[in-house]
Design a protein around this ligand. Structure first.
Ligand SMILES: Nc1ncnc2c1ncn2[C@@H]1O[C@H](COP(=O)(O)OP(=O)(O)O)[C@@H](O)[C@H]1O
Ligand SMILES: CC(=O)N[C@@H](CCC(=O)OP(=O)(O)O)C(=O)O
Length: 295
């Protein structure tokens, strides 16, 4: 390493202290998207970042997705799948696969990665400790031609209606780092598939998190020309959804950011999970990454 490289590294490390102090004992919810997963080196870097947060006295909570991985499993099993407004239409067979992939394989992979750093992660879903309850989603859409509003029937897609903090508060005081899959029961006894972004937003809101970070596969919200928007207001976000600049999976993400700000989360950022150590770069350096949502 050259002298100037060492100097840069030392400066970055020294810069981290005030940020570490700022976030001490604060809750930071990190949503780890399915598109950000898959590269073993990046996975290790992600796990190391979460471990370092815990060691620094922060209370990190990981909520993960796994959309592409669910899609691959459904395809393998010959089950067709489609999305409406960024949400997977989920029948009984699909919800069983969703639970298997999210709360089973992906959840345990992330837990194992964090545990390999020497920290203690615990894998959960909304069902554990009566943490989250859901209801069938009542997503409304307006037909652009007739301007008539209708409710989408998405099957067993859920909306979070209740978060009980008991288990998460207990874990915050322990060595354990919760890693949560976005599956939750309904009071009606059904299991619901919940978009991981909205699930993360509900957890962050219920815990009055200091930060909610969304790790995805793009640098943040991009404008019509594919350029990164560094700061996005709620009104601008609505306009970009309306004119189609924000589409697909970015819709629930941005809608969740808006909800989370309303629920009192202090900072909400969408950033590139394909950049190694993006969590640390965002939280512990002056050079913020991605798109910051502002009121
Ligand atoms: N304006 C936009 N800016 C950035 N990404 C967008 C935009 N509109 C749609 N997208 C899409 O949203 C995707 C991220 O959402 P999603 O696929 O749900 O990711 P994740 O699995 O990380 O939650 C991007 O890969 C991109 O294809
Ligand atoms: C209702 C709904 O769409 N649920 C999502 C849950 C996983 C998810 O959100 O994963 P990403 O964060 O990787 O997109 C799904 O079935 O794909």
């Amino acid at each position: 390493m050259s002298a100037s490289e060492s100097e840069t590294q030392a400066r970055l490390l020294a810069q981290a202290l005030p940020f570490m102090q700022r976030y001490e004992n604060k809750t930071i919810v990190v949503k780890y998207g399915g598109h950000a997963m898959g590269n073993p080196e990046l996975g290790k870097a992600f796990a190391a970042d979460i471990a370092l947060l815990k060691q620094s006295g922060v209370n990190p909570i990981v909520v993960h997705g796994g959309g592409p991985q669910i899609g691959a499993m459904l395809a393998k099993m010959g089950i067709e799948s489609r999305f409406e407004n960024g949400l997977r239409v989920t029948d009984q067979k699909t919800v069983e696969i969703v639970e298997m992939v999210l709360a089973g394989s992906i959840n345990k992979e992330i837990v194992a990665l964090i545990n390999q750093t020497g920290e203690w992660a615990i894998g959960l879903c909304g069902k554990d400790g009566n943490m989250v309850f859901a209801e069938k989603a009542q997503k409304k859409v307006r037909d652009p031609d007739s301007n008539i509003e209708r409710v989408l029937d998405l099957g067993f897609v859920g909306e979070v209606v209740e978060v009980d903090r008991t288990l998460l508060d207990l874990l915050a005081r322990s060595e354990m780092i919760p890693v949560i899959a976005p599956v939750a029961p309904g009071r009606d006894g059904h299991t619901y598939n919940i978009n991981a972004d909205t699930f993360a937003g509900a957890i962050a809101g219920a815990l009055n998190a200091s930060r909610l970070l969304f790790l995805t596969d793009v640098p943040g919200v991009l404008d019509k020309n594919g350029q990164l928007i560094k700061e996005l207001s709620v009104a601008e976000a609505h306009a970009l959804i309306k004119d189609g600049t924000i589409s697909g999976g970015m819709i629930p993400k941005v809608e969740t950011c808006i909800e989370a700000i309303r629920a009192g989360v202090q900072g909400v950022v969408i950033l590139n999970g394909k950049t190694a150590h993006s969590v640390l770069l965002e939280l512990f350096t002056e050079t913020g990454a991605g798109t910051l949502l502002v009121p």
